[in-house]
Design a protein. Structure first.
Length: 282
């Protein structure tokens, strides 16, 4: 109770006077102190979120000028201008990235769409270069971890996003993808490679949606986060989940959901660190 009372008093009364005293002592407003005192990345951008209003990318420079005028900040303070611009781009870019990912997720896999079919065949060729796919509808798809003869039914939850992620990992980390596919066929600890991959797409999507990826993305890119950065995070999840699965040695695939949730909690804890960067390069 006293914590809530103190929080209310601080936010409604004391915070104003603390900010006023600090401005007198330092000659700088709160934004200047945050942007000038914090290191680049998540710590700095998250520090200005309570002061920031979402602006479109095209309006960022105009917003920077208005903030400087409103806060009476001299134009010669180029460091402030640069840091504020980067932080606003990161905030704006995060929202745009979520919308781009969401739009791709909403696109259902369409077997009549030539581009969709080409991506699916590309996935097969990347993972199984020495084995020809005998037919579009085939039990061979189970060899790379789909549930049945036609993979399109497995993309229902994540739409085209699930396929795009699988192809991205297989294309950019081909050796790792083939190695993980091989490990997924383990006689005791095996799992369905493609199905788990789509499941991890849902995990990456949910972390982006609820804002948990902010620290990671703000540390990874000094500006607008792009779809590429989301795909890279997905690749990290696939690689790390495979290691996690074999380290845990589950009793059987029937316990997948329990271990999936345990892995999810592990990633969420890592993302609480303001300095976190989760990429395969690490």
């Amino acid at each position: 109770m006293w914590v809530r009372v103190w929080g209310l008093l601080y936010s409604s009364y004391f915070r104003f006077w603390v900010k006023w005293i600090l401005r007198l002592l330092t000659g700088k407003c709160e934004l200047q102190r945050v942007l000038g005192g914090a290191e680049a990345g998540a710590r700095r951008t998250l520090g200005i979120l309570r002061n920031a209003v979402y602006v479109e990318e095209a309006e960022v420079d105009k917003c920077v000028r208005e903030v400087m005028r409103e806060k009476s900040i001299e134009q010669k303070d180029t460091g402030f201008q640069t840091n504020l611009r980067v932080s606003l781009l990161q905030i704006s870019g995060y929202k745009k990235l979520y919308l781009d990912v969401e739009n791709l997720r909403k696109v259902p896999y369409d077997s009549e769409n030539e581009e969709h079919e080409e991506q699916l065949i590309e996935l097969w060729n990347l993972l199984m270069p020495h084995e020809n796919l005998k037919a579009r509808i085939s039990k061979q798809w189970c060899d790379i971890g789909f549930q049945g003869d036609d993979p399109k039914t497995d993309f229902r939850g994540m739409g085209l996003l699930g396929l795009v992620n699988l192809v991205y990992f297989s294309k950019h980390y081909t050796d790792e993808a083939r190695q993980i596919l091989s490990r997924s066929n383990h006689p005791k600890l095996g799992y369905s490679y493609a199905i788990v991959g789509i499941n991890l797409t849902e995990m990456a999507y949910s972390l982006l949606k609820n804002g948990a990826l902010k620290s990671h993305l703000y540390n990874v890119v000094s500006g607008l986060p792009q779809m590429e950065h989301f795909h890279q995070f997905y690749c990290y999840l696939v690689y790390e989940f495979d290691k996690f699965w074999f380290e845990e040695e589950p009793e059987s695939i029937m316990h997948f959901n329990r271990y999936r949730e345990k892995f999810h909690e592990k990633i969420k804890r890592l993302l609480l660190d303001c300095k976190v960067i989760l990429t395969l390069q690490n």
